[in-house]
Design a protein around this ligand. Structure first.
Ligand SMILES: NC(=O)c1ccc[n+]([C@@H]2O[C@H](COP(=O)([O-])OP(=O)(O)OC[C@H]3O[C@@H](n4cnc5c(N)ncnc54)[C@H](OP(=O)(O)O)[C@@H]3O)[C@@H](O)[C@H]2O)c1
Length: 233
């Protein structure tokens, strides 16, 4: 079965997830950091696009020791499986996501990836080849499901999230809105890609909860009829 997919992003009051230089910015505070860490700890896998790896070099590990211990007590690795979506295997071999913290890694590539780079990557991660020019996300999710991954948390960025939403693969979304304006028409937003054109194709959401967290607000959404959106964006 295809995994249940939860997207989590932090954005500015004007919907930007970083600067136009794609430099990582601190949008949320400590309290939200703890919430995100728990969300991660409750997932079987954490997924990002290669753009995020190249910009931020995240480790995608669970930070709180109590959360890691709880995972070990449940009989799973202390960190979720870390997944990078990377059509041409651009990921640097020294990327933190491949080395920091014990546990499994998956790099999903397309047929365009260099077989020599794939062979290098296989020393650090499981490489899944799916898609001709770019990673075919529906096939990838099916393969993850076959591997027993039932719940995936997506940590960005906007291009990967756009691909997942247009493929009808996202079930829930958490957006933390921070108290700043970043601005810039070229600054990435929470969903980039080409966007939907027709109102009938818009991805409709149901608001499940809102919380004030420090000086920002957390919105928790459920995606309506996720599978009807496939291929429309
Ligand atoms: N505030 C937050 O919560 C947050 C979280 C994460 C990231 N960010 C920011 O987001 C920015 C990075 O976002 P980004 O949009 O540049 O990159 P991204 O979404 O992390 O990665 C996008 C890349 O994934 C690859 N990809 C492969 N198959 C794909 C598919 N089917 N659909 C979509 N993408 C596919 C593509 O590169 P290839 O063609 O090479 O495969 C694509 O360019 C950084 O500035 C980072 O700081 C912010």
């Amino acid at each position: 079965m295809r995994p249940y997919v939860v997207v989590n992003v932090a954005m500015s009051a004007d919907g930007k997830i970083s600067t136009r230089e794609r430099r990582q910015v601190k949008i949320s505070g400590r309290q939200d950091f703890v919430r995100v860490d728990r969300l991660k700890a409750g997932s079987d896998a954490v997924m990002v696009g290669i753009g995020t790896v190249l910009a931020d070099d995240p480790s995608l590990t669970v930070k709180a020791e109590e959360c890691r211990t709880r995972r070990l007590n449940r009989g799973v690795d202390e960190h979720p499986v870390r997944i990078v979506v990377d059509s041409t295997a651009r990921i640097p071999l020294e990327a933190s996501v491949l080395h920091k913290g014990a546990g499994k890694r998956i790099v999903a590539v397309s047929c365009r990836a260099d077989p020599r780079k794939i062979a290098e990557l296989q020393k650090e991660a499981t490489v899944i080849i799916c898609g001709v020019n770019e990673v075919e996300l529906v096939t990838l999710m099916d393969k993850l499901g076959e591997m027993g991954i039932q719940r995936v948390m997506v940590e960005g960025g906007g291009t990967l999230i756009a691909g997942l939403i247009s493929a009808g693969l996202v079930n829930e979304i958490y957006t933390f809105i921070g108290n700043m304006i970043i601005g810039g028409k070229d600054s990435p937003t929470f969903v980039d890609g080409d966007g939907f054109i027709l109102e009938s194709e818009f991805c409709r959401l149901t608001l499940l909860e809102t919380h004030r967290i420090e000086n920002g607000v957390l919105l928790h959404w459920k995606v309506e009829n996720a599978e009807d959106k496939q291929g429309k964006m």
